[in-house]
Structure formats: C-alpha cells, structure tokens
Design a protein around this ligand. Structure first.
Ligand SMILES: *Cc1c(COP(=O)(O)O)cnc(C)c1O
Length: 496
C-alpha cells in the first residue's frame, strides 16, 4: 500500500495529461459579444484532439511544480568545472534592464545612442586593461564564436603576407573541446600536442612540431586541467620564433583577472567569456558573449564593428568603425548588448580592488577543496590548481566499481549540482570541480563533507550509488537514449 507521503510524490510526478478529468475546465469565457467567426472546413478540424482538462488551480500548481525541478545557482551550489557557475549579482541585471539600454534599436542613428556607444567603448577599454591587449571587438556572440573569429584573423594575417603554406595549428591535449573545432572550421589542420607529466605543454613535442608551415598555436590558459602552464613564456617564444601566432583561450579569465596580463605573455589574440566571468547568467543556451582582444599584429583584422571615440567641438563623440583589414561581421548587429551591459556594470561595481580579489578567492576556494579531498579521490596532477580542481574517481572505480558518473548522480540526491565529468579527456574518470569565488566556507565545507560521505558509501554500499539519484522526479536515465531518442511529446499510447 502506498503511504500518504508516497501519494504526494506520485502526484507531484504526474504529467498534466495524467491529471486530466473529463469535463473539468480551467477557464470561464464571457458571453460572446462579437460576431461569430466561421470555422474552417470540417476536414481541417479534429474531434479527437487530446487536451488536458484541469482546473486553473491545478494548472498553476503543475507549472509551479515543474519549474522547481530546474536546478540553478540561485537554488544551490553548482560547481560545474569550466563553466564558472558563480552567483551573478542581480544589480547587474537591473542595470542592463534600464529603459535607456533596452528601448533602443541597433539601427538607430549613432547620434541618438551616444550613451550606449559610450558604454561599449568604455567596456572595450576595461577589457583591454584587464588583458593587457590594446585591440578589442565585442562582436562575438559566444566563446566559440570568438575562437572562430580569432582563427580567421590569424588566417587573414598569414594570407596577407603570402604565407599560404602556413596551414597547421598546434593545440595541446589539455585544450577546451571547442578549440580544435574552431581551428578546423577556419580551414586549418589541427595537430594535437601532448601534455607532460606535470600537466604543462610538452616542450620537446612542441619543438618537434614547429616549422615554417605553422600558422599558430591555440592554448587554453589556465588549461582544462585547472593548471597554469608553467612553460607558457617558452611556449609562446617557440611559436613566435618561427613566425607563428598565438591564440589564447581565456574563457576562464575568472582565474587570472587583474593578476596577470595575457598581453605580456606573448599572446596575439584571446577571447573571454562574459557569460562566465562577467555576470551574464548562463546555462540552457541563453545569450552569451565572447569578446576578443588582440595585440599589435592582429588588431587591424578584428571583426566589425568596434566602438571608437573622437573629439568634436570639445565633446566626445562615439561611433562604430570597421578595422582596416577586418575579417567582417559575425552577426547582424554588434554582439549581445545585454551581456555587454551586464559585464560593464559588473566590472565597475567590483572596482580596481574587487576584480583581482575575485580571482584570488576563486583560486583559494578551488585549492581548499583540493586539499580537503585529496585523500578521498585521486589527484592526477599533484600541484596547486587555479580556479578549478580536476580530481579522479579512478581508485573508486577499481576498488568498488563506482564511476565518476555514479558519484555525480549521487551528488544530486544531496541537492548539489554535479561537477563536469569525463573532461578533460586526458584524465580517467575525471571530476572537474569549479567552486568559484562566490561561495562561503560553510558551503565548501558542506560540499567536502558530502564528497567524503559519497566516497564512504562507495566502499560500504556501492549499489546505492549505481542507482542514484533516488530523490528526483526521474531516477537514473539511459543518457545516450535520452539524447538520441528524446520523448518530447506526450502521447496517449506512450502513457498506457
Ligand atoms: C566555455 C568554454 C569555451 C566555449 O565557450 P562557449 O561560449 O560555450 O562557446 C571555450 N573554452 C573554454 C576554456 C571554456 O571554458
């Protein structure tokens, strides 16, 4: 017999159609006070259209319940590595929603949107200062869009010099997965570089792969191992020596904000994800922004438009321009303005002290987790990490048959979003944990206690982990099937 609490759980999981009672209605229409319209031909109408028949209160309850099945950073801890799911202050959303910023049109004459142009120009200056690279384009709509733009710039640069043989791009195996895809889309041949035993770029492999056919190197810094490449100066020097250009994936700028200027490390072009570090909430594929910054050699190739400032009659006039050898436009207008406005508000509210403090706290938090969990999980590279720590469930798997996937599913029962798993690819049973700077020590301690409890469960009761999560509307799914054959529509047959 099901208990009364079970009954509540069952009701909560019912789909709207399963709550339907024939004849029940949720609306009361006023009497007809307009001429009745003629219905289309009967052959176009259906008698058997299944519609849920529920009351208004049941409808409201249903949608409210399913809205609470979503997980977000506003609910709880969300340590999803490489994604920087940090808390985004609401004041930045409020700022970006001001009518002066939302009630304007991209095709308005520039003289009527001077404030918005000023915001874009000032944001360019701020990003140039943070990265130490003078050229900025805010046009890319995502990290991968910035990567593609940067690689097209590198291509245009070599072609301008008649260097048509420069076709290969070196990418370390600790790079983000979008890097090889972007390089290939820009027409390059991708050559993968191994990492050495410490997780840095293998310098011997780099030297061996470097010749006059090299277009450049694309490197994620910090790498997806959560490590700062200790050889970075040597790496960029070797590439530049043979005339190659260096692309830096700075999606995870949260680790180094205001602490190191990428421009001083030998990079030619770098993108940064505003929807990670600079206060645009993300997840679910919402609007993002991946501005690129460029050094002297590549600034003239930046995508259009770029905001400029000139003086006329003692006043500043802001306008859009197209850099001299621009690779062109990436979209219809000028990037995702809302994300740009949020980033501007974020940087100004954090200020000159707050910006570097962000990275200090993010790095300390990740290292705290590393130090507390190193005896319970494997640590593939035994050295201090940056903003995220990559652990491994390799020993749990060998000893108890419990995988990284099992650990992640069990975390859901504890109300915590799982970390990124099975990435980076070079770490077996990887668990990539990014706590971010916005979490309190209490939250970190709670997470550490939960991770230790899960390691103990793996030892004492592995089946508990194999079947997890237990406490969600849907329990363990066949994820491959869910992705390849998603059931997105209710059908009466399917429910029978
Ligand atoms: C997130 C991320 C990207 C890709 O950014 P998108 O906006 O998802 O295209 C690229 N590189 C790194 C290191 C990232 O973390």
């Amino acid at each position: 017999m099901t208990s009364l609490t079970d009954r509540f759980e069952i009701d909560r999981r019912k789909l709207l159609m399963e709550r339907s009672v024939p004849g029940r209605v949720g609306v009361s229409l006023p009497p007809l006070d307009v001429p009745a319209a003629v219905l289309p031909d009967a052959s176009m109408l259906r008698d058997d259209l299944d519609m849920p028949e529920v009351s208004e209160s049941e409808l409201v309850r249903y949608f409210t319940q399913i809205s609470q099945f979503n997980f977000s950073i506003d609910h709880n801890f969300y340590p999803l590595g490489s994604c920087t799911m940090k808390y985004n202050p609401k004041v930045n959303d409020e700022f970006a929603s001001l009518p002066g910023l939302t009630q304007i049109h991209p095709l308005q004459p520039e003289s009527t949107v001077q404030g918005a142009l000023k915001l874009l120009w000032e944001l360019q200056q701020l990003l140039a200062e943070i990265t130490g690279m003078p050229g900025v384009s805010l046009a890319p709509m995502a990290g991968a869009d910035g990567e593609l733009a940067g690689m097209l710039m590198i291509r245009a640069y070599h072609l301008d010099r008649g260097d048509t043989q420069r076709k290969s791009v070196l990418i370390p195996d600790s790079a983000h997965g979008t890097n090889p895809a972007s390089a290939a889309m820009a027409g390059f041949d991708v050559v993968t570089l191994p990492s050495d035993a410490d997780g840095n770029t293998d310098l011997d492999a780099l030297r061996a792969a470097t010749d006059e056919n090299l277009a450049g190197l694309m490197i994620t810094l910090p790498s997806t191992l959560g490590l700062f490449d200790a050889h970075i100066l040597e790496v960029t020097r070797i590439v530049r020596e043979v005339g190659g250009l260096v692309y830096g994936d700075g999606a995870n700028l949260n680790a180094i904000l205001g602490r190191i200027k990428l421009g001083s490390l030998g990079f030619d072009v770098v993108h940064s994800n505003l929807h990670k570090t600079f206060s645009t909430p993300h997840g679910g594929g919402g609007p993002g922004s991946g501005p690129i910054v460029a050094g002297e050699r590549l600034a003239e190739y930046l995508p259009a438009p770029v905001a400029t400032r000139a003086e006329a009659d003692g006043a500043n006039v802001y306008a859009f321009m197209r850099p001299a050898n621009s690779i062109g436009k990436l979209g219809a207008f000028h990037g995702n303005f809302g994300s740009l406005a949020r980033a501007y508000a974020y940087i100004l509210t954090m200020g000159k002290e707050g910006v570097p403090q962000t990275s200090e706290d993010a790095v300390i938090n990740a290292n705290y987790i590393l130090s507390q969990l190193r005896d319970d999980y494997d640590l593939p590279y035994d050295r201090g990490c940056m903003h995220e720590v990559v652990l491994s469930a390799r020993s749990l798997k060998r000893r108890h048959g419990v995988s990284a996937l099992d650990v992640c599913k069990r975390l859901i029962d504890y109300g915590i979003h799982p970390p990124t798993m099975y990435f980076p690819l070079i770490v077996e049973e990887a668990l990539m944990i990014e706590p971010t700077e916005t979490e309190s020590k209490e939250t970190l301690d709670h997470f550490i206690a939960v991770m230790k409890a899960i390691a103990a469960e793996a030892r004492d009761d592995p089946s508990l982990l194999h079947d997890a999560p237990h406490d969600t509307p849907n329990t363990r799914l066949d994820e491959a099937r869910a992705a390849r054959h998603p059931v997105l529509r209710w059908r009466r047959e399917a429910s029978d």
